[in-house]
Design a binder for this molecule. Structure first.
Ligand code: ZN
Ligand code: ZN
Length: 403
């Protein structure tokens, strides 16, 4: 048995022994969900668990709140520092599942699986701590609040709070209800889209529906702009690139059959995978809104908001994650992912340290764990959670051995 297989077996044994605790903890978080930037009790419970395990440098409270935890597992041998990340927030939804561990709070539910992420990482921390005397370097644990927030991402708050100081590589896992249980998907380079939003006010001059010549109709500008921005993807983005421009809403200042409104508001989103494409889509939207608005005699106020960068996986880190997954889950349970149009604030970490984010399948029709993320019946196949802990721990171990 070589040392790699040896350590995987040891970690697997430890994680499997801790499986019940991992599942119980996931259920605790599931029953007591807290939405973005409200994860106060979740944070307290994580700190308690980490203190039981005996990790070092526990720091909690980020972004001026009481939410979020970082901690270190310090190995007996000198080495580098690798970070493992779990997000911990729930969503503002009512849990519609009929299970004993259903959410006990109205208007809050772990519908993205972040409860599993937190418990998997605690499982990994326990296994790694048990092997501390053989561990080279340091493992930084990040329990991150507010992944779902969008506007005030928890990842950014942790980075600003110094969570990545000394870190030279990073790994994150998301459970995924669209991938079969126990299957891992990876992708090197661009993986998940960057998400931006835009909003515009098109101001004209209101008037009587029977006398358009006395008004400046902003709805006509809105229609033309709405059509024209569809050509940004088809005519301006290179066909080999992927991007989306969508309109989320159009609102007129009045809604009466014989009144020409004086104002139209519009909003929407843009998804891109490469900074160059993001720049060119933003510039095209600004140009089309302003020039078409002007051509229609309207005054346009356009605002583009860069919310989340694209998640771009480092090549070497992805290769490491793939080989760890193949060794831990078996080669047939590891496959390349397609581009994912959803977004993740994990992307912020990848801009600072070499990082990789992977998806671990939890879909099992029998266990009803194949409902879409963010749906009120979302659930995870808990039999996969200990494997998530194994992946975290082995990934950290291998990174520290090889770097
Ligand atoms: Zn989510
Ligand atoms: Zn999520």
């Amino acid at each position: 048995m070589d040392s790699v297989t040896g350590i995987i077996d040891k970690i697997k044994t430890l994680a499997k022994e801790g499986e019940k605790e991992i599942v119980d903890l996931r259920r605790h978080f599931h029953m007591n969900p807290e939405t973005s930037w409200n994860e106060v009790e979740t944070t307290k419970r994580i700190v308690e668990e980490l203190e039981k395990i005996g990790v070092e440098n526990v720091r909690s409270g980020f972004g001026g709140t009481e939410c979020g935890v970082t901690a270190d597992i310090v190995g007996a041998k000198p080495g580098k520092c690798v970070a493992l990340r779990a997000d911990i927030d729930a969503l503002p939804l009512n849990d519609e599942k009929d299970v004993p561990y259903k959410s006990r709070k109205a208007g809050a539910m772990h519908a993205c699986g972040h409860d599993s992420h937190a418990s998997m990482l605690i499982g990994a921390a326990k296994a790694l701590t048990a092997l501390k005397s053989e561990l080279k370097g340091k493992v930084r644990l990040l329990f991150q609040p507010a992944e779902e927030h969008g506007i005030r991402p928890g990842a950014k708050a942790l980075i600003d709070g110094g969570a990545l100081e000394g870190v030279e590589g990073m790994f994150g896992i998301h459970v995924m209800s669209s991938i079969p249980s126990g299957m891992l998907e990876y992708r090197a380079g661009p993986f998940m889209a960057g998400a931006d939003s835009w909003e515009a006010t098109i101001a004209g001059k209101g008037g009587h529906g029977s006398a358009p010549e006395l008004a400046v109709d902003p709805t006509i500008a809105a229609f033309q702009i709405g059509n024209a921005i569809q050509t940004v993807i088809s005519r301006e983005v290179p066909p080999r690139d992927t991007a989306v421009v969508s309109i989320g809403g159009i609102k007129t200042s009045s809604y009466v059959f014989n009144i020409i409104p004086d104002r139209v508001e519009m909003c929407g989103t843009v998804r891109t995978f490469r900074p160059e494409v993001q720049d060119s889509v933003e510039a095209a939207l600004v140009r089309l809104f302003e020039t078409i608005g002007e051509a229609c005699r309207c005054k346009v106020d356009f605002k583009y908001n860069r919310l989340l960068p694209a998640t771009i996986n480092d090549g070497n880190m992805t290769a490491l994650a793939k080989s760890v997954a193949e060794a831990a889950l078996g080669e047939k349970n590891v496959r390349e992912s397609e581009l994912v149009m959803g977004s993740e604030d994990f992307s912020h970490y990848g801009r600072i340290v070499p990082a990789v984010f992977v998806n671990l399948g939890t879909a099992c029709a029998e266990k009803k764990s194949d409902m879409p993320h963010h749906s009120p019946k979302f659930d995870v196949d808990e039999s996969v959670l200990w494997q998530g802990a194994v992946l975290h721990a082995v990934f950290a171990w291998r990174f520290l051995e090889e770097n």
